[in-house]
Design a protein around this ligand. Structure first.
Ligand SMILES: [Fe+2]
Length: 565
């Protein structure tokens, strides 16, 4: 019924704190109070996690006052932070990942593969799900982890661990896999589902950084300094790493297929967000269908814990995931109130959806970047037409323009397209829906789509189903009618370093600090040139009001504006 990530409320990216605001939102969306719950589920075993942390040793420079040494801390936080005194059901981390994929896949039975950095002692797990049950039958133990291998090379390439892995994946197609032999020295495949890292090259267990001195020696270059120039060498290392990851995942998926004899595969864990590897597993691997949980990283492991709790308490599997529009939404009436309070001049298209869409298409055709705010916020790292930046994918200058004016991110990273589901096969080598942008495929379009086609001719499309996202699909259809192109550039509505916008105030703030030309807030359209002249002066106050409002889990503007559903 509802799901959201805490970072979208607190505006702290990857916020690791107890998700109090997200929890409150879910209760409100469900229309119940905390006393309406049967249980609170938690997604990892604090005791097992602590035993690994103790084995790894107290990190250098850590405070001697270590609250994390208390395995009761999560329970205490849930009791005190949420005010919950009922049962707390705790499930192992990889079982939570596995359940988050299988239970929501809609498959009656499937193989399950989870791959991440580490959860408790486990880094990779293999299992199967059937009906209301998920079981894991093999695992790889810390410190041997594909997630940590990828993170280590991400760090060596000068990007931030746990955040820059996407950048490495985006850089890879520019390079050649000429370091594949060196990469193979870092990890050796074992029997069955096993593999081992050569720990001589790594230092993440006890050190201050991810890699040891041996790693730069192996590749023959010093680590790249963050924000410094990206050279051919970095592209080739990224390509080699990606090739190695795909090679291992394909081999392990094949083994899992042989072992289970099942035609379908579910995946979760941070490594399952490697959409390039997912595409290869599906195309070249033995499985017929693949379901990747859209919030595959740790932020979505709670879905699995909740599903396991549901299965335990009811003996039945939860309903499959039908879409990820599960976060807060604002009505046009609330947005009208906000706009009136700010004095911002907006075009009002209430009860005139077709006119709104034509006005948006006019602006897309003139090369504008549109901030598109409609319906509930999406769960997971991808914007899927709820909080998206949209633009014309045929415009050869659009990638640079988006990067310069809005995203302020590395120019090499491609943008993804949304395409009307019924037209996807005309433009991509794709024979099934891809509603969550979780795999890449070849662009086969008769149109030239420079803004969304990567250097290797691939793209990461979102197929848009009119039944699931009617207004977004209608916009794509309106654009198609006008231009013959049923696609748009769809990138997440945020500036670099910030979480995706949640509220209308976040969207206005983002417009203020970026070069977005047009903002659509539900039925209202705001052109940048019609913003008040002193807009820039107003922004800091707006942002501060928004921030202090979200810290309390509601809007600073008025109680009513933070009505969730
Ligand atoms: Fe995880």
């Amino acid at each position: 019924m509802a799901a959201a990530e805490e970072e979208r409320f607190s505006r702290v990216k990857h916020d690791p704190r107890l998700p109090v605001s997200a929890f409150r939102f879910c209760l409100r969306a469900g229309g119940i109070g905390i006393d309406g719950l049967d249980a609170v589920a938690y997604y990892e075993s604090p005791v097992k996690k602590l035993s690994r942390q103790l084995w790894a040793g107290i990190p250098e420079g850590a405070s001697p006052d270590l609250p994390w040494l208390d395995p009761r801390a999560p329970e205490r936080a849930i009791r005190e932070g949420l005010g919950w005194d009922g049962p707390i059901l705790t499930f192992d981390h990889h079982l939570s990942h596995a359940a988050s994929a299988f239970f929501f896949s809609g498959f009656p039975e499937s193989a399950v593969l989870t791959v991440d950095g580490v959860g408790e002692w486990t880094t990779t797990s293999y299992g199967r799900g059937k009906g209301a049950a998920v079981e894991l039958f093999e695992e790889v133990g810390f410190p041997h982890a594909l997630g940590l291998l990828y993170a280590t090379l991400t760090s060596y390439l000068g990007f931030e661990v746990n955040d820059g892995e996407y950048k490495v994946m985006g850089l890879a197609p520019y390079g050649e896999p000429r370091f594949l032999d060196e990469m193979r020295r870092l990890v050796s495949p074992g029997p069955g589902g096993q593999y081992r890292l050569d720990l001589d090259y790594f230092d993440f267990v006890r050190g201050r950084r991810m890699y040891s001195e041996a790693l730069p020696r192996l590749f023959g270059e010093e680590p790249r300094k963050p924000e410094s120039e990206i050279t051919r060498f970095h592209q080739d290392v990224a390509r080699s790493l990606q090739a190695l990851l795909e090679e291992i995942l394909l081999a392990k998926a094949s083994w899992l297929h042989e072992w289970t004899g099942l035609p379908d595969l579910c995946m979760a864990g941070g490594v399952a967000l490697n959409v390039v590897a997912n595409g290869r597993i599906l195309r070249e691997g033995p499985f017929e269908r693949l379901f990747v949980q859209p919030a595959a990283g740790d932020s979505g492991a709670c879905l699995g814990a909740a599903a396991l709790a549901h299965a335990k308490l009811t003996g039945t599997a939860p309903e499959p995931l039908r879409h990820v529009y599960l976060g807060p939404r604002w009505t046009s009436g609330e947005i009208a109130g906000l706009l009136a309070a700010t004095g911002i001049e907006a075009l009002d298209f209430r009860d005139r959806e077709a006119d709104l869409l034509e006005a948006v298409v006019d602006r897309l055709e003139s090369g504008n970047v549109i901030g598109w705010f409609h319906g509930p916020l999406e769960l997971g790292p991808r914007a899927l037409g709820g909080r998206s930046l949209l633009a014309d994918p045929r415009d050869p200058g659009m990638r640079d323009r988006l990067n310069r004016l809005v995203k302020k991110r590395e120019a090499f990273r491609p943008f993804a397209p949304s395409v009307l589901a019924g037209h996807a096969a005309e433009h991509f080598d794709l024979d099934h829906p891809s509603p969550y942008m979780l795999e890449t495929c070849r662009v086969t379009s008769p149109l030239d789509l420079p803004a969304v086609t990567h250097v290797d001719g691939s793209a990461r499309p979102q197929t848009v189903d009119p039944q699931v996202a009617p207004r977004y699909a209608a916009l794509l259809e309106a654009f198609r009618r006008r231009t013959g192109c049923p696609l748009l550039v769809n990138t997440s509505f945020n500036v670099r370093g910030e979480p995706i916008v949640t509220s209308p105030v976040d969207a206005l703030s983002c417009m203020g600090v970026s070069g977005i030309d047009v903002l659509v807030l539900e039925d209202f359209l705001i052109d940048r040139e019609r913003l008040p002249a002193n807009w820039a002066d107003l922004l800091p106050a707006w942002r501060e009001r928004a921030r202090s409002g979200f810290a309390r889990g509601k809007s600073a503007i008025s109680e009513d504006l933070y009505t969730f559903v």
